[in-house]
Design a protein. Sequence first.
Length: 98
Amino acid sequence: MHRLGTDYVDLYQPARVDHLGASVAQVAVAWVLSRHDSIVPLVGVRSEERLAEALGALDLELTAETLARFEDAVPDGDASGTRYDAMGMALLDSERGR
C-alpha cells in the first residue's frame, strides 16, 4: 500500500451483499415484471433448475424503496442507445444489397 500512498484501500465487493433471499436472476426478472403489466420478461433457461429459479421471481415482491434504489443506480435512459457505432450498424443492415 506504500506505493499507493495510503494506509488503506477501499474494497467494494457487491458479490458479498446478501441479495434481497433471492438470486440476482430472480431480482432482474422481478424488476422487469414491475415495469408495466404489458412487459413480459423473456427468460432463457438451460435446465429445470434454472427454470424453477426464474419462476421464483413471481413470488418476489420488490418494495418501492428497492425499486427507487434501482432507479437511482441506473436512471432511465442511461442504458439505452445502439449497440454499435454507425459503421457497425451499417454492416448489420439486412436491407442493403450484397
